[in-house]
Design a protein around this ligand. Structure first.
Ligand SMILES: [Zn+2]
Length: 250
């Protein structure tokens, strides 16, 4: 039986069982395995890892663990820049886009409201989510650790908060997105982009009381849903103000 000693740093302790948190973990093993597999067998999904040090040297995910190794594993910290020579992270995506798992419907709506390209359906299977994330270069946001451990997933993040209000703040902070917020440009229902539309051309699709009060309308390019600044608008604006204020309060 061989043994390796693991230290998981900072936030990575979040993924460990209580008795493994903030301590040296003695991990016994018989089969040879990559360090990536061993880290995940202890509970930490690989997309959360930034760099790994073994006996004083930085290694990549393919390193095969040897008997007696001392292993330090470090998390991706919010807004931390990549140090390419030692990071196991893939290149950051040039365009920030998301795909969300079934647990994150409200977060999906909030991201769309703030203008972020966000795929979400309540019938995506895990395999499909991993495929979309990989083939379309979308960050996978999930509440499912097993999904994040799939090898196809390179850009992913486990959303810690369960409260949707806190989730949106968490994601904006984690990916440093406050400056990219561009509200009211996407369809909340389907993620399509909105375009201005002539009132006359859609007058039969809007309620009578709206016809007399509102003159500006936008339409989803994908599903044709019509948007206007109605009674719900103020509530949405309050939500956006709350999000922006949270940044100032950081
Ligand atoms: Zn739409």
């Amino acid at each position: 039986m061989a043994i390796a000693y693991f230290y998981f740093h900072a936030e990575l302790n979040y993924f460990l069982p209580r008795h493994h948190q903030q301590v040296r973990i003695s991990h016994f093993f018989e089969e040879k395995a990559s360090i990536k597999d061993m880290i995940e067998s202890l509970g930490v999904p690989h997309p959360e890892v930034d760099f790994i040090n073994v006996n004083g040297e930085y290694v990549n995910f393919y390193y095969i663990v040897s008997d007696g190794d001392t292993i330090n594993v470090y998390p991706i910290s919010a807004r931390g820049s990549i140090i390419p020579s030692i990071s196991v992270r893939p290149e950051p995506l040039s365009i920030i886009r998301f795909v969300l798992d079934i647990h994150l419907g409200k977060l999906a709506t909030s991201l769309r409201l703030l203008g972020f390209d966000t795929l979400y359906r309540n019938d995506y299977e895990d395999e499909k989510l991993a495929q979309i994330s990989s083939s379309q270069a979308r960050i996978l946001l999930t509440r499912d650790k097993g999904l994040l451990m799939r090898s196809l997933v390179t850009h992913g993040y486990y959303v810690r908060n369960t409260n949707p209000q806190q989730q949106i703040i968490e994601v904006l902070q984690r990916f440093d997105l406050f400056k990219l917020i561009s509200p009211f440009k996407r369809c909340l229902r389907c993620n399509g982009l909105l375009e201005p539309v002539d009132k006359q051309s859609i007058v039969d699709k809007i309620p009578e009381n709206v016809r007399s009060q509102i003159d500006e309308f936008r339409r989803c390019q994908d599903c044709d849903r019509i948007y206007w600044k109605g009674s719900h608008y103020e509530r949405l604006q309050q939500f956006i103000d709350g999000v922006l204020n949270s940044q100032k309060g950081e």
